[in-house]
Design a protein around this ligand. Structure first.
Ligand SMILES: *[C@@H]1O[C@H](CO)[C@@H](O)[C@H](O)[C@H]1NC(C)=O
Ligand SMILES: *[C@@H]1O[C@H](CO)[C@@H](O)[C@H](O)[C@H]1NC(C)=O
Ligand SMILES: *[C@@H]1O[C@H](CO)[C@@H](O)[C@H](O)[C@H]1NC(C)=O
Length: 185
C-alpha cells in the first residue's frame, strides 16, 4: 500500500472520531437545556406534632429533645408518619404517608434536615419515593433530592421543591412538595 493512501486513511479516521465526539457533546448540552420532568406530582405534607395531649390526632413525636447549644433547637429529632394529601386540606383523604424524621441542625438559626419515604398504597400509585435534604427554613423554597423509588416509582430520581404553606406554632405545619422526576422507567 502506498504511504500516501495510508496517511489519508489515518486522517479520515481521526476526522471521524472528532465529528462523533463533538456530536455527542452537543447532544448532551441540548438534552440538559431542554430537561423536562418525565413525571410531576404536587402533594401536601401535614405534620401534627404530639404535645402530650393530642394522642388521637398527632402523627409525629419528638424522639430526642433539643440540646442547649444555641436557641434554635439544635439536636431535636422528630419522627413522623404524616398524612400526604393531593390538596392542601389536612382532612382530605391521604394519598400517601410520609414516614421518616427531621432534626434541627443549626446553632444560629432554624434549620433542619429531612429524610423520609413517601409510601403510596392507592389504586393510582403503589410504591415508594425516597426523599432527603437540608431544610434551609429562611428560604421561600428549598430543594430536596428524590434519591430513589420502588414499585410504580421504580428507580425514580428527581427534585422535590418544598414550600412552607402554614405553620401554627410548633404543633402543625404544612409543606407543599412539588416533586419533579427526571428519571422514570
Ligand atoms: C382531632 O382533630 C379534629 C379535627 O381537627 C378535632 O375536631 C378533634 O377535636 C381533635 N381531637 C383531639 C383529641 O385533639
Ligand atoms: C426539652 O428541652 C427544653 C429546653 O432545654 C425544655 O424546656 C423542655 O422541658 C424539654 N422537654 C422535655 C420533654 O424534656
Ligand atoms: C395496601 O392497601 C391494601 C388494600 O387496602 C392493604 O390490604 C395492604 O395491606 C396495604 N399495604 C401496605 C403496605 O400498607
Amino acid at each position: 500500500m502506498a504511504t500516501g493512501k495510508l496517511v489519508n486513511v489515518v486522517t479520515l479516521f481521526w476526522i471521524l472520531i472528532l465529528v462523533l465526539v463533538s456530536q455527542s457533546v452537543s447532544a448532551r448540552k441540548k438534552s440538559l437545556k431542554h430537561l423536562e420532568p418525565c413525571r410531576r406530582l404536587v402533594l401536601y405534607y401535614h405534620d401534627l406534632l404530639f404535645d402530650g395531649v393530642n394522642v388521637a390526632n398527632a402523627t409525629s413525636a419528638t424522639a430526642v429533645n433539643e440540646t442547649k447549644l444555641g436557641n434554635f433547637k439544635l439536636g431535636k429529632l422528630v419522627i413522623f408518619d404524616d398524612p400526604v394529601t393531593e390538596n392542601s386540606h389536612l382532612l382530605s383523604p391521604p394519598v400517601a404517608r410520609a414516614q421518616g424524621f427531621y432534626f434541627y441542625d443549626m446553632k444560629t438559626e432554624y434549620n433542619a434536615w429531612f429524610a423520609y419515604t413517601l409510601v403510596f398504597n392507592s389504586t393510582e400509585n403503589k410504591g415508594t419515593l425516597n426523599i432527603m435534604g437540608a431544610d434551609l427554613m429562611a428560604a421561600d423554597t428549598r430543594d430536596f433530592s428524590v434519591v430513589g423509588g420502588t414499585g410504580d416509582f421504580f428507580m425514580s430520581r428527581g427534585i422535590a421543591t418544598i414550600t412552607t404553606e402554614d405553620a401554627q406554632g410548633i404543633k402543625y405545619f404544612r409543606l407543599k412538595m412539588d416533586i419533579k422526576l427526571y428519571e422514570c422507567y
